[in-house]
Design a protein around this ligand. Structure first.
Ligand code: SAM
Length: 224
């Protein structure tokens, strides 16, 4: 299944107002810890300019803006209702645009981040190439997204993902289909070595994979 951009756009427009709360409830708050780890990694790179792609309601971009005030952060998303909330929450610079065709010059950012965004894009390879295009030489890319754990935990996690989560989210958002889509998108999203391979195909170097919380999420980072 390739994510359909119209479906993704409509789904996030529908859940925008409740996205932040529902996210923290469904992840029992651990997504906050994953973003803290992401910000720590970004801090080590000491970027001056950073593009947060698929910024949504701005969760990661706002953490970076608050923790690293010296960094100029631009959040880009193609869903205006999500961006509107990001602005309301204090994200200073936003741009409504498709991540697959960024209206931004070549080599214009020291770092690109994307949290729970790449998985929703229709062509991962093309998206990675677009991220690389806007990065300066030696710039850094960080991807935070869900993954699938291995072993016995995988079975339990699939029960949660495909059965409990859409029901619970349906009650909280009145949009259960958006969360059935979440499970399907996680299943088909490249993980571990496959993602590192995609990064190298897009001409990123030294890709690193950090599993989070038993492998239900992962951070990948690499350099131009
Ligand atoms: C799950 S939210 C993630 C939001 C935020 N990064 C976070 O960590 O909570 C996914 C976001 O990706 C955006 N998105 C998906 N495909 C996109 C694309 N092709 N271009 C721009 N934004 C996109 C959606 O509009 C949505 O706001």
């Amino acid at each position: 299944m390739t994510p359909d951009a119209d479906y993704v756009h409509a789904a996030f427009s529908r859940i925008a107002e409740r996205y932040v709360t529902v996210n923290h409830v469904l992840s029992l708050g651990v997504d906050i810890l994953w973003r803290i780890r992401a910000v720590e990694l970004v801090a080590d790179w000491k970027p001056s300019t950073l593009l947060d792609v698929a910024t949504g309601t701005g969760d990661l971009a706002l953490d970076i803006q608050w923790e690293l005030p010296e960094v100029e952060v631009l959040g880009v998303d193609f869903c205006e209702p999500m961006l509107e909330i990001a602005r309301r929450r204090g994200l200073r610079h936003t741009l409504c645009a498709d991540a697959m065709h960024l209206p931004l010059p070549h080599s214009s950012f020291d770092a690109v981040t994307t949290a729970f965004g790449l998985r929703n894009m229709r062509d991962y390879r093309a998206a990675l190439q677009e991220f690389r295009r806007v990065l300066r030489p030696h710039g850094h890319l960080l991807i935070l997204d869900f993954s699938m754990p291995e072993g016995i935990f995988a079975g339990l996690y699939r029960l949660y993902l495909h059965h409990a989560l859409p029901r619970l989210a349906g009650i909280l958002t009145s949009a259960p289909s958006a969360y059935s889509y979440l499970g399907e998108s996680i299943e088909q999203f490249p993980r571990c070595e496959t993602m590192c391979h995609l990064l190298m195909e897009a001409e990123f170097s030294n890709p690193v994979y950090l599993p989070l919380f038993g492998g239900i999420a992962a951070i990948y980072y690499a350099q131009v």
